[in-house]
Design a binder for this molecule. Sequence first.
Ligand SMILES: CC(=O)N[C@H]1[C@@H](OP(=O)(O)OP(=O)(O)OC[C@H]2O[C@@H](n3ccc(=O)[nH]c3=O)[C@H](O)[C@@H]2O)O[C@H](CO)[C@@H](O)[C@@H]1O
Ligand SMILES: C=C(OP(=O)(O)O)C(=O)O
Length: 420
Amino acid sequence: MSVFEIEGGRRLAGEIDIQGAKNSSLPILAATLLGKGEHIIHNCPRLSDVDAAVEILRYLGCKVTREGNTLTVDSRDVSRWDIPEELMQEMRSSIVFLGAILARMGKAKLSMPGGCELGPRPIDLHLEALEKLGADIQDEYGFLHCSVQGRLKGTKIALSFPSVGATENILLASVLSEGITTVHNAAQEPEIVDLADFLNRCGAKVSGAGKSTIVIEGVNSLSATEHSVIPDRIVAATYLCCGAVTGGEVLLKRVNSSDLECMLPIFEQMGNTVSASPHSIYLKAPKMLKSVRNIRTMPYPGFPTDAQAPLMAALTVANGSSMFVENIFESRYKHVPELCRMGADIKVEGRVCVVNGVSRLTGAVVRAEDLRGGAALMIAGLKAQGVTTLRNIHHIERGYEDAERYITQLGGSMKRKKEN
Ligand SMILES: CC(=O)N[C@H]1[C@@H](OP(=O)(O)OP(=O)(O)OC[C@H]2O[C@@H](n3ccc(=O)[nH]c3=O)[C@H](O)[C@@H]2O)O[C@H](CO)[C@@H](O)[C@@H]1O
Ligand SMILES: C=C(OP(=O)(O)O)C(=O)O
C-alpha cells in the first residue's frame, strides 16, 4: 500500500496549472455515448475515477485511448446496456451513466452506486425524474432494470433539491427525447454548464444551464465533438489552502476564477492577499491566518461542500474560532478526528463544527477516510512540525492528479512511499 510522507513546515511558493475538473469529466465521458462517433476530450485529468469511467465505456463497447490528458472516445459500436456491479462500486458517480445508456439503448441495467463515504446518497431524485421522462424502472435484488417504449418524452421536472447528479442524468436522458423538458430548481454548478456546453457541441439544444431553470429541446440524433474540460475549482481551492496554511505565495494558472467567486472572499477574510484575473489566481498568505466566522456549505453559487474539509484544515492554525455548517451531506466531518490527532482543536455537534485555532500542528500517522478529507490531512501535514504519514491515499487519487508533484513544484516535501 502506498502512503504519502509529508515533511511539514515548508513555505509553499510558486506557480502551478490547475487540472481539469473530475466532476465535469465524468458526466462528459458518459455523454460521449449519446453522439455516435469519435469524441476528443481535452484536459481530462489522470484520476482513478476517470479510469473507472473509461472502464465502463470500454465495457459498453466504446474504444477509448488516452494521449496525455486527451481522451478519444469512439462510441459508434455500443453493444451493451448493463454495468457490472464491480464497476458500479468503483465510483459513486457511475450513476450518471444511467441517463446516457437509457437514451442511447432504450434500456439499462445497473446496480446501486458504491459505498457511503459521506453518509446516505440516495438516487430517488434521479429515478423519479427518469420515470417522469417515461422510463419504466424496476428495482430487483439491488439491480435497477430500466426501459423505455420508443423514445423518452419531454416533460416538466421540479427537483425538490438541486442535485448535481440528478440534473446531469436529466440532461443526459432528455437531449435525445421527444419534445421539450423543463427542469426547475436545477443544479447550477459550473460542471452542469460544462456538460451542457459539451452536449450542445454535439448538436443538443440545451438552454439555461447555470441557472435554476434549464430547458432541453429534444433532438433526433447527436454527433461526436471535440471539447476541453473546465478547470477543477475544488482542486484550485485546495492549492490555495496549501499556500495559505504555510504562509506561502502561490499563483494558480489555467483556472476559471469566476467559478471560485464565493470562495475567494473567504481567503481574503483569512488575511490573505488575493488577486484574480479570469484565468489565474494569486494568493499571498499573512504570517498568521485569521479565523472566519461562519461557513455554510450550500449548492452553487454557495460555498461548496467539497471545499469544506480543505478550508477547515487551513483554519486549524488561524487566530480565533471558525464555525462550519455542513448542509449537503450528513457525514462529512470524518477528517476531524484525524486533524485532532495532529493537534487541532475541533468540536463537532451534528452538522456544526467549531474550529478553535491552535498555535501548531504536529506530524502523525493519519488516514484519509474520503477524498476531500484526505486533501485536508495533506494540507495539515504541510503545516505540521515533523513528518506526517498519510494512509489510504487511493481516496486522494480519485480527485487529485499527481498531488505530490504539484506540492513538490511549490517547494513542499511530499513523497509517495510503499508501506507494508
Ligand atoms: C461526481 C460529482 O459531481 N460529485 C459531486 C456531486 O455529487 P452528487 O451529484 O452525488 O451530489 P447531489 O447534488 O446529488 O447531492 C446533494 C444532496 O442531495 C441528496 N440527494 C441527491 C440525489 C437524490 O436522488 N436524492 C438525494 O437526497 C444527497 O444525499 C445529498 O445530500 O455534487 C456534490 C454536491 O455539490 C459534490 O459534493 C460532489 O463532489
Ligand atoms: C464527493 C466528491 O465526489 P463524488 O461525488 O465522486 O464522491 C468530491 O469530489 O468531493
